[in-house]
Design a protein around this ligand. Sequence first.
Ligand code: FAD
Length: 294
Amino acid sequence: MKRIEEAFGAEMREFTTVGIGGAAERLVFPRSVREIQEILASERAANREVRALGGGSNLLVSDGGVRGTVVCLKKNMGKVLFASGGTAVADAGVMLPRFAVLCALSALSGAEELGGIPGTVGGALTMNAGAYGRAIGDIVEWVEIVDPEGALYRVAARDIRFSYRMAEYPVGGIIARAGFRLRPGHSDEAFSRMKTLNERRRASQPWGERTFGSTFRNPPGLERAAVLLERAGMKGAREGDAMFSEKHANFMINRGRAGSSDVLRLIARGREAVRKLADITLATEVKMWGIAYE
Ligand code: FAD
């Protein structure tokens, strides 16, 4: 049996899109669902904390790092299989832009809107990520989850409660693989839609910057978090090298050497400014590791 690939003390800033985060006690890179099961069973037996890591595109990790084991799916869990009738099965570590391109190449439609989101299938299914009117929960048929004891479950989409940037599963654990139902389409139309959407994205969001995307969830009602932050004067506001983007006030950017405490100070300032302006308390969308915040 192959040894599970692992690293000790790796800096999480190398694994997050915002480029922030101290050392992970242990990082493991499973190559199969079986290996995820083995890792979870042995970590449970040893009573060690386990976290799943996808693309690290919605994460703020403490400069102090994280204890326990981080299971990184992006490196070795990247298979996508297509079957007749418009179904696709993707490993949790598959990046959404690659998934969208592979669907388009197979003349399947339904994943185009996800093509500009820099996360993995597993991370997107955790967050019900989406854009331009489509979320991943709209196209998924089933999800395979390894529970904290190492047992594998297949959950049908109808048993998962998807809502705005949220998914509630009947079983907790690590998402290992998922099946998708797509529509027959045309490759050129799918690529053309992705190109249009990416141009829209480039026009409204910072590009090529170190960021974790949206800091806050849009509050219930009509007001978007970005507009509230802008009206509250937070566009371009800084704490050290952490900054709310000049282009999109809800996007947090690392201008170079920002640390988790700079980001937390700026989050607190943004939240306070919006509370004063509109009496709305924004909730964070970004997930935090090693940080006691909310
Ligand atoms: P990570 O950041 O690695 O993890 C996020 C959370 O999911 C963590 O709690 C983690 O433990 C959990 N997780 C990850 N993988 C698994 C798994 N296999 N099993 C169980 N739990 C898991 N989001 C949108 O919805 N729409 C957008 O348009 C959008 N645009 C963005 C643009 C930019 C430039 C950036 C940086 C981010 C954007 N995001 C957007 C946010 C982010 O890309 C999504 O939330 C994405 O789904 C996160 O996936 P990830 O694999 O990077 O997850």
